[in-house]
Design a protein around this ligand. Structure first.
Ligand SMILES: *[C@@H]1O[C@H](CO)[C@@H](O)[C@H](O)[C@H]1NC(C)=O
Length: 206
């Protein structure tokens, strides 16, 4: 009886915390594979991504040519049409650095498209263009849920922070896109940081 109650409680809890797609439509869950990219001293353990204070000088490995600190997953969900949604919840375990990219919608044809980064003070901003998405949310120990919705057919891209629309671009470029997340220093950024992602999900709209 106790075990039954516990199991019921656990499944209710996971139902509450499972990632859910935002915006209406028939969202179909997909499970793309991924590759791990670690550069210059970055490391990945499960879904925890860690970068040290400064690069170790190595530029060998996938995505390491610029020598930036990197610990990321690159998902193999490449698309150039259709409607795609990502959801994930991150928690910063520790952060001594600043201006660190944590989630990318990368344009495989033209390079970075949308890069979400965290600055000191828990500010979330867009690296390309500099727009602030939220302030005081990405603090050490706080869970923050990010959803991105990309309608590649009509060049519309939206980012939600904890379910609130925080960024929109109705003039997104064309190209072939894929998702990444983890920790990656921007041109002006420094480590260290440890961040854990959970409840990651991908959908396409039918
Ligand atoms: C630097 O770190 C990377 C992993 O991020 C590792 O593959 C490489 O061996 C390290 N290089 C040195 C010189 O420690």
């Amino acid at each position: 009886m106790l075990i039954k109650t516990l199991l019921a409680t656990l499944s209710a809890a996971s139902a509450v915390f499972a990632a859910t797609p935002l915006e209406s439509g028939n969202w179909v869950s997909v499970n793309p594979g991924f590759q791990t990219q670690t550069c210059a001293g970055g490391s990945v353990s499960g879904t925890t991504f860690t970068i040290p204070t400064s690069p170790n000088g190595s530029t060998s490995g996938s995505g390491c040519s610029n020598g930036h600190l990197r610990a990321e997953r690159r998902y193999n969900n490449d698309y150039s049409s259709g409607v795609h949604q990502f959801a994930g919840t991150f928690k910063i375990n520790s952060m001594g650095g600043s201006r660190i990219a944590i989630k990318q919608t990368f344009n495989g044809d033209a390079g970075p498209y949308f890069i979400l980064a965290v600055d000191t003070g828990g500010r979330l901003y867009s690296v390309e263009g500099g727009a602030t998405l939220a302030t005081g949310v990405a603090n050490v120990g706080s869970s923050v849920t990010i959803n991105t919705v990309h309608n590649a057919d009509i060049h519309s891209y939206r980012v939600y922070v904890n379910g609130q629309l925080a960024f929109r671009d109705d003039n997104a470029p064309g190209g072939s896109f894929y998702d990444k997340f983890g920790a990656y220093t921007t041109d002006s950024g420094t480590g260290p940081m440890s961040i854990t992602w959970s409840d990651v999900a991908f959908w396409t709209r039918q």
